[in-house]
Write a protein that binds this ligand. Structure first.
Ligand SMILES: Nc1ncnc2c1ncn2[C@@H]1O[C@H](COP(=O)(O)OP(=O)(O)OP(=O)(O)O)[C@@H](O)[C@H]1O
Ligand SMILES: [Mg+2]
Length: 268
């Protein structure tokens, strides 16, 4: 194990720490990052070391918040664990399968079926209505049109936009667009919801509604939620909080431990 790879285990050690062992007991690791490094070389005067050896285990069914200053590598990490970009070195395992070993078809299946993506800027298709946006991943997955429409309607109800099915994104508020994006992310019943700063463009009230919605999805549907955020409201509902800085894990906390230290974190 390299020096950087051990940082996470300095703070998270189920083998030596009984509290961590209690948390990890009976949980499967759904995402495992091992010494993941990412260096950007194109279009930069000097290489940018965005990830400097991130090691982390993410458990099935947990709500994990990833916090860190702008430029600390959160989106880069998400792209790596979501199979959207290849790390320069290191491995990402999903359900203990090294995703660098997957062929194009298997990777497409993973992105389409296993993971739901939510982005800060919603990334909806502007010319499509809410329901059409939500149906799209089901179309890619080969779901028949009628079935996809019915399911998309149900998802709209679930996320609270059942009354805006036929509106295009430009006719919806930011919070409503993000709800469409969440419904779209859920279209193929993913095991993992990867949300990159989902509340960053929302006012605090709407942001809180989105946070509560994602928490409900974790609790009711057992979805693993991995969420990068600057939002301190997110801390209150996360099971664990990982803090990153300069491309490395800086600290890992259980929520129960954080409560005591919330003041310290606010000042971070
Ligand atoms: N395609 C790219 N080419 C070059 N450098 C990049 C590229 N993408 C990201 N970077 C750099 O990598 C570092 C990490 O970026 P990243 O987007 O992962 O940060 P972040 O934690 O998501 O930040 P934010 O909170 O602002 O979204 C930054 O220094 C950034 O400038
Ligand atoms: Mg980012």
């Amino acid at each position: 194990m390299t020096e950087t790879a051990s940082v996470y285990h300095k703070y998270w050690d189920p083998e030596a720490n009984p509290k961590h062992a209690g948390y990890a007991e009976g949980r499967n690791v759904i995402v495992r990052a091992r010494d993941v490094k990412k260096v950007y070389r194109a279009n930069t005067a000097s290489p940018v070391h965005a990830l400097c050896g991130v090691t982390m285990e993410i458990y099935a069914g947990e709500y994990l918040a990833i916090m860190g200053p702008s430029g600390s590598g959160k989106s880069t990490f998400f792209n790596a664990i979501g199979g959207l970009d290849r790390p320069t070195s290191g491995q990402v395992y999903i359900d203990e399968v090294d995703i660098s070993q997957l062929d194009a078809r298997e990777l497409a299946w993973l992105r389409c079926r296993k993971i739901g993506y939510i982005f800060q800027s919603y990334n909806l298709i502007p010319v499509m209505t809410a329901i059409e946006n939500i149906m799209l991943p089901m179309t890619f997955a080969g779901t028949p049109g009628d079935e996809a429409r019915l399911k998309a309607k149900g998802l709209c109800e679930l996320v609270g936009i059942g009354h805006r099915l036929d509106n295009k994104p430009s006719e919806l508020s930011g919070g409503q667009q993000q709800r469409v994006a969440i419904a779209r992310a859920l279209a193929n019943d993913p095991a993992i919801l990867l949300a990159d700063e989902p509340t960053a463009n929302l006012d605090s009230k709407t942001g809180l509604e989105i946070i509560v919605l994602m928490k409900e999805l974790q609790v009711k549907k057992g979805v693993t939620v991995i969420c990068s955020t600057h939002d301190h409201e997110m801390l209150a509902i996360s099971d664990r909080v990982v803090r990153v800085r300069d491309g490395t894990v800086e600290r890992v906390d259980l929520r129960s431990d954080l409560k005591i230290e919330l003041g310290a974190i606010e000042g971070h």
